[in-house]
Design a protein around this ligand. Structure first.
Ligand SMILES: Cc1ncc(C[n+]2csc(CCOP(=O)(O)OP(=O)(O)O)c2C)c(N)n1
Length: 351
């Protein structure tokens, strides 16, 4: 088990492909060429779509947006380990994970454009809505997993959250419950080193976030979050453990937000250009493409960029051309059956 091999209390970090694209084949999970290429494609699409979202915001064509540049491996790797029946619970910065799990780019653009149809996912897509109250998705993910246990489902619930969320009571309550009731959860803390301008060092005195799992009675593992193979391997193992009834795992993805917190932020106010440049060298896309090129799997990156660029443009055009539904739609699409208090708030006059 990887969680036995890498001790978070000693700061040991799982890494399979290094910054030059060199792989440790002893740790490499089984992945077909098709799966590898699909993963790269999704990461690249995320990078291009993210960049476009920022440009749309700057042109006044999209509302506030939280960029995910630099966190593509940290997001796509865990999502790859999920099956269709598994749940994905996210915060607000997980575009790549959603793309993998089947939420179309156009839908995601609609969401950030403030169009309620952005909350309508394809039927059967087990992805919860975005949550902005930091950390509040953690107990929700545990509740979904607990419900799955009661229904004797075999589904796993993966929850993403940031390093900042670990300072919220919700994080502790959720992980405590998960440990006691051995819920089938995989917790992925994307430690991107910042909660807006607050550094990770001001978030916790623990040497690692992963080691917090020990106190809750389940395994934690520190993973190089810019290494898609490592993120996939750690999550796959954790998901299998959860599926077998062996309880939750906490994965700390050690990564970096290369861009602003949101389009309302300016990272230059609280970090140096040198620090960001240092992390640009560790870009998860560069590393993955170096590996794929060395294997002879990736031959024509330029045409891939062109093809994905066209997809992005098309999604943006379609989203902008989609009329917003009526105001009453803010009440729809969350519950299978609308709770009475929402029905009352909705009233009768809006439709
Ligand atoms: C309960 C709560 N407090 C404060 C905020 C304002 N806020 C939005 S994002 C954020 C930082 C979150 O940091 P982290 O959990 O590390 O995730 P990241 O934004 O880095 O992905 C804060 C403080 C909020 N949305 N909810």
């Amino acid at each position: 088990m990887l969680t036995d091999e890498f001790d978070p209390q000693k700061g040991e970090m799982l890494r399979i492909v290094d910054e030059e694209g060199e792989a440790d084949m002893g740790l490499m999970p089984r992945m077909s060429k098709d799966l590898l290429l699909k993963a790269y494609r999704t990461m690249l699409l995320t990078r291009l779509a993210d960049d476009k979202a920022v440009k749309l915001q700057r042109q006044g064509r999209l509302g506030a947006y939280p960029p995910s540049k630099g966190q593509e491996a940290s997001q796509v790797g865990p999502a790859m380990a999920l099956k269709e029946e598994d749940w994905l619970v996210w915060a607000f910065r997980e575009m790549g994970a959603l793309l993998w799990k089947g939420v179309p780019l156009e839908t995601q653009y609609l969401y950030w454009m403030g169009n309620e149809l952005g909350n309508v996912y394809p039927e059967g897509t087990r992805v919860t809505p975005s949550v902005v109250p930091v950390g509040s998705q953690v107990p929700q993910a545990v509740g979904i997993a607990y419900a799955g246990l009661i229904r004797k489902e075999k589904s796993v619930v993966l929850a993403y959250f940031g390093d900042g969320a670990t300072s919220e009571g919700d994080f502790h309550e959720g992980l405590n419950f998960a440990g006691v009731f051995r819920t089938p959860n995989v917790f992925v803390c994307q430690n991107n080193q910042f909660a807006i301008s607050t550094r990770r060092s001001r978030q916790t005195a623990s040497a690692t976030i992963a080691q917090k799992a020990i106190a809750y009675g389940f395994p934690g593992i520190l993973v190089d979050g810019n290494d898609i193979m490592a993120m996939y391997a750690a999550t796959k193992e954790a998901a299998e453990r959860a599926r077998k009834g062996k309880g939750p795992t906490l994965i700390e993805s050690f990564t970096y937000r290369m861009s602003d917190h949101t389009t309302s932020d300016d990272w230059r106010k609280y970090r140096s250009k040198e620090e960001v440049a240092e992390w640009e060298r560790k870009d998860p896309l560069k590393r993955f493409s170096a590996y794929l090129v060395s294997k002879g799997f990736l031959k024509d990156e330029a045409s891939l960029i062109e093809e994905l660029g066209e997809l992005v443009e098309k999604a943006a055009v379609q989203a902008e051309a989609t009329p917003a539904p009526g105001l009453a739609d803010v009440f729809e699409h969350t519950y299978a059956e609308m709770p009475p208090y929402l029905r009352e708030q909705m009233g009768g006059g809006w439709k």
